[in-house]
Design a protein around this ligand. Structure first.
Ligand SMILES: Cc1cc2nc3c(=O)[nH]c(=O)nc-3n(C[C@H](O)[C@H](O)[C@H](O)COP(=O)(O)OP(=O)(O)OC[C@H]3O[C@@H](n4cnc5c(N)ncnc54)[C@H](O)[C@@H]3O)c2cc1C
Length: 271
């Protein structure tokens, strides 16, 4: 298996993280157990002390069509897939417009917008060299209970890319900040919006060091420049505590915190 040095302060969408050696998995490699799989790092907060990290290489960066099936390798970027389905008049994936990441990350997060979610249109996925019907995988709002690293996925092809739907969903992005972020920090609690709760406890725009809850959309933790992992964690814990104290709701992170010492750091921060 090949190794590569990745600087996560450049690679990740939130521009935080160390420079570390990662495993690059290609066809035929045994996927290491106890290693955290990273796609495009658009939903991650990577600590200065991450566990072992693996990423899929170029062998999994392919798109092919046969019969009425679209097969996509898990390291394909969402932007590339969107261009492909648009060009080939395939419908169902319009919602991935402005949803940054890889196909593997999209599946693991059951990423989506409003009622449009990855699992709605996915027919099967490949893990440990076998194809599994997505009906056999439990999933829900921003999670999927995957049995392992996903290397490819299949969609049933239906023609008719819906440009109007793409435009409508793109317009929803207008209230999102332009600064580096990892998308929504917290999942929306049932019947509520995490952003509204953060705002209601006075944390919209709250800044610690280089990190802040965006003044554009409070559920986005943004890096205003030189933001650090510990500052992000401090803001996350502050929001959880304040929202719980006022509303009795414990916010749950949507972003994934990648650290071997997360618990210890959490305990060392008093907010
Ligand atoms: C500006 C911005 C806007 C966003 N808007 C949205 C939105 O509207 N809706 C939404 O749902 N998300 C949104 N996100 C979050 C992000 O786009 C999605 O979660 C995306 O699917 C992450 O893909 P990734 O490849 O970057 O995954 P990563 O961030 O690298 O990883 C995310 C999770 O997926 C797992 N994973 C990655 N690859 C694999 C694999 N091959 N097999 C198994 N598990 C894997 C990782 O272990 C991790 O648990 C946004 C992010 C940003 C920065």
């Amino acid at each position: 298996m090949q190794k590569k040095i990745i600087d996560f302060s450049r690679y990740s969408s939130i521009k935080i993280g160390p420079k570390v050696e990662v495993n690059i998995i290609e066809n035929g490699d045994i996927i290491p157990k106890n290693s955290f799989i990273v796609g495009r790092a658009c939903n991650l907060l990577i600590s200065p002390t991450p566990p072992s990290i693996s990423m899929l290489g170029k062998d999994f960066d392919y798109i092919k069509e046969y019969d009425d099936i679209l097969e996509v390798g898990a390291s394909v970027a969402t932007g590339r897939l969107l261009s492909y389905v648009k060009k080939n008049n395939i419908k169902g994936l319009e919602f991935i417009s402005h949803l940054p990441g890889s196909i593997g990350g999209m599946v693991a997060m059951n990423a989506g917008v409003k009622e449009y979610e990855t699992f709605n249109i996915l027919s099967s996925l490949k893990t440990d060299d076998r194809w599994i019907d997505t009906k056999d995988i439990s999933h829900g709002y921003r999670y999927a209970n995957l049995p392992g690293v996903v290397t490819a996925v299949r969609f049933k092809i239906q023609r008719g890319f819906d440009t109007r739907l793409q435009n409508t969903l793109s317009k929803l992005r207008k209230n999102q900040p332009k600064n580096p972020s990892a998308g929504s920090t917290f999942k929306n609690p049932k019947g509520e919006y995490a952003g509204r709760l953060i705002e209601a406890v006075g944390l919209k725009g709250k800044q610690i060091g280089g990190m802040a809850f965006s003044s554009v959309h409070a559920n986005f933790l943004v890096n205003l420049g030189g933001g650090r992992y510990s500052e992000a964690i401090e803001l996350i814990e502050l929001a959880k505590d304040k929202v719980e104290a006022k509303y009795g709701i414990r916010l749950e992170e949507e972003i994934k915190i990648v650290s071997i010492k997360y618990k210890a750091l959490k305990e060392s921060i008093s907010v």
